[in-house]
Design a protein. Sequence first.
Length: 297
Amino acid sequence: MKLMQRQTCPLCRSADINQFRKGNIAAASLSADDFKITDSRYGSRWTFFACRRCGFVFANPGPSPGDLARFYSRLQDREYSQEKENRAKNFGSILENLRRLAPPGREILDVGAASGIFLDLARRQGFTVDGIEPSRSLANEAKRLYGLTLFVGTLEAFRPRRKFAMIALMDILEHLVDAEKFMKRISDLVAAGGILVVVTPDINSLAARLTGGRWWHYRIAHVQFFNARSLAFLLEKHGFEIILKKRYAWNFSAHYLLSRLFPRLKKDGSLQTALKKLNLRLQLFDSWEIYARKRKA
C-alpha cells in the first residue's frame, strides 16, 4: 500500500495543519477484512492531522483512493445483516424525516447501501430506490435477501439516467479520501431543492474528547472526521443549506453490543438467543444526523 502525505488540508487547502493524534496502524499488513462495517477493534487509527482553519481531521499519511476501492470491492461482512431488525429501526426515523422534508419526488439513492436494509425499508414505504455498493459480496446479499439490484462500484463510475430527490450518505463521509471530489459528484446528482441526509461521527463531541485514542469511531476504515464547522463548510461549498441538525442514535441488540466488547460471546450459543431479544437504544451524542437542501440555481 502506498500512503499519501499531505502538506495542506484536503478540505479548505490551508497549510495551517498539525498532528492531532498519533496512529497505531500497520498499513502494510492491511486487507479487505480490516474494513468490515462490523469491525470492533476500537482505537485502531491512522495518524491524524487537524486543520486549524476549518477543523477538518484527516489521515496523514493515509491510504490512496485506489487502495481503498480495492479493499472495499473485496469486502465480506456476514455479521452486518444479523442486526437487520435494529438497523431498520435506525433507518425508519430517517425515512420519517425525509418524508417530512423532501420536495415532490420519491427517488432516493443510498450511497454505500451495504446489504440493502435501508433501501428495502424505503421501497416498502413507497420510495423509488437506487443504491451503490462497492462490495460485490454485500451487493449479492442485497439481491438474495431483498431482490435489490445495486450498482457495484464507486460513485465516480455511477451513471444514472436521472437526478434524485434524496440521497443518503449514512456513515460514508468518514471512509473517504477525497471528500471534495465526492461531494462535487453528489451535488450533480441531487435535484434542485432535493435533500441530502448525512450521518457521520463528530470529532469534536464530548465522547470523542473524553475517550481520546480509545474512541469507538477510531477504526481502520475511518480515515477522516468532521466537526460541525468543517461539515457545514463542505455542504455549503457544494450548494447545500442545512435545514435540520440532530444527534444520531443507534438501535442494537444487547448481543451485538456486548460481543463488540467480549468477542467470545459470538461463540456462546446459550446466551445469544436471550441477548438478541433484548434491544437497546444507544445515544452517545457523538455523531451528526444532518439534513441539507440543495439550493436552487
